[in-house]
Design a protein around this ligand. Sequence first.
Ligand SMILES: NC(=O)c1ccc[n+]([C@@H]2O[C@H](COP(=O)([O-])OP(=O)(O)OC[C@H]3O[C@@H](n4cnc5c(N)ncnc54)[C@H](OP(=O)(O)O)[C@@H]3O)[C@@H](O)[C@H]2O)c1
Length: 419
Amino acid sequence: MKKVLVIGCGGVAGVAIQKCAQNADVFNEICIASRTVSKCDALKKKLEGKTKAKITTAQVDADKVDQLVALINEAKPDIVLNLALPYQDLTIMEACLKTKVDYVDTANYECEDTNDPEWRAIYEKRCKEKGFTAYFDYSWQWAYRERFEKAGITALLGTGFDPGVTSVFTAYAQKHYFDEIHTIDILDCNGGDHGYPFATNFNPEINLREVSANGSYWENGHWVETKPMEIHRTYNFEGVGEKDMYLLHHEEIESLAQNIPHVKRIRFFMTFGQSYLTHMKCLENVGMLGTEPVEFEGHEIVPIQFLRKLLPDPASLGPRTVGKTNIGCIYTGIKDGKERTLYIYNVCDHQECYKEVGSQAISYTTGVPAMIGTMMVLQGLWKRPGVFTVEEFDPDPYMDALNKWGLPWQVDEHPVLVP
Ligand SMILES: NC(=O)c1ccc[n+]([C@@H]2O[C@H](COP(=O)([O-])OP(=O)(O)OC[C@H]3O[C@@H](n4cnc5c(N)ncnc54)[C@H](OP(=O)(O)O)[C@@H]3O)[C@@H](O)[C@H]2O)c1
């Protein structure tokens, strides 16, 4: 009997848990634990009679290591799937170490209070040493490598779509198509329309922090940083059409730069409509993306958290969103002495996702790979003591599972390249 403990019960977790429940031969038991237990209970109710998996729920504050340790000791899971926020990565990893249970997540650690002087000193040193200013990076979680290795447990980091599937695509391209990959362009296109003037497709706070930050890319062994939205391209995406896309910093660039031996350049582009960008700039200009508390009528309010309360819950966008996503990677490099190009991508339809699990494609394209990565570790296919990102394992079983569990991928050997 194998049991997964899922922490968090938002948009992504909702999909991942339903996928685990569909895959009950692997996930015999599922414990759903989150800050707001009523959301866990509601999902349990929705799944009643639809799965062989035994489902239980629990309340936990994942910022507190002692609460997590008590929960893990009581629930006795074989693996913990962290689908709370990146702020909770380190506390959950710490609890997994103390209880010797495998750990999986979809996003690397980010500090919630970026004004914490202790964190800031480390951050500023890293900015100088590495040359990028994003608030998130892998160093915090890679620092756990030795302790996870000694404890004989696995931490699998970043098994969403990007990071996640895009890095598995890269391992697959390296294994089957290239002797040397020289350039990687990761293209994340959301052609969906939810009908609101402004909403984010996943947690607004995490999303807006990411998008309003400086961009950066990896070239010839170092980072090149850009102003937010400075580099703009258009691309014609299958299933979506022509879209504007902008270069962003993204976490998988950091791990791919270490793990793909001959790579010379890695870039990440995401599509945005003009309405999204105009709203974001306006919110930024008036201070609504601020992460520092401000005093308002005797209360302390963090502007971006207040904004989150006002914006539509990403989990509620499902019924309204129409259109498709197209996410994938374009590679150039060499095979048998000849130059070659390759594009591996997935097209996902928002309404198809909604029909299957009641959510839009952004949660779906993250939740499905979260289930698959967890399955890889649980089945022993990707189990190795230490802390790893997904491109460090054999991509083939994961690629097969994508086809089977709702994210079929396609290969184009003659793609249009991004200038
Ligand atoms: N790799 C990828 O492709 C990708 C793409 C999208 C998202 N992500 C990641 O996926 C994760 C989930 O995103 P989402 O859109 O599902 O976010 P979400 O809808 O905001 O859900 C977050 C969940 O975590 C819970 N939570 C927050 N703080 C907690 C705490 N201290 N203790 C316990 N539970 C806590 C929330 O509880 P409440 O209900 O009480 O708020 C909520 O259930 C994030 O880390 C995000 O960065 C990855």
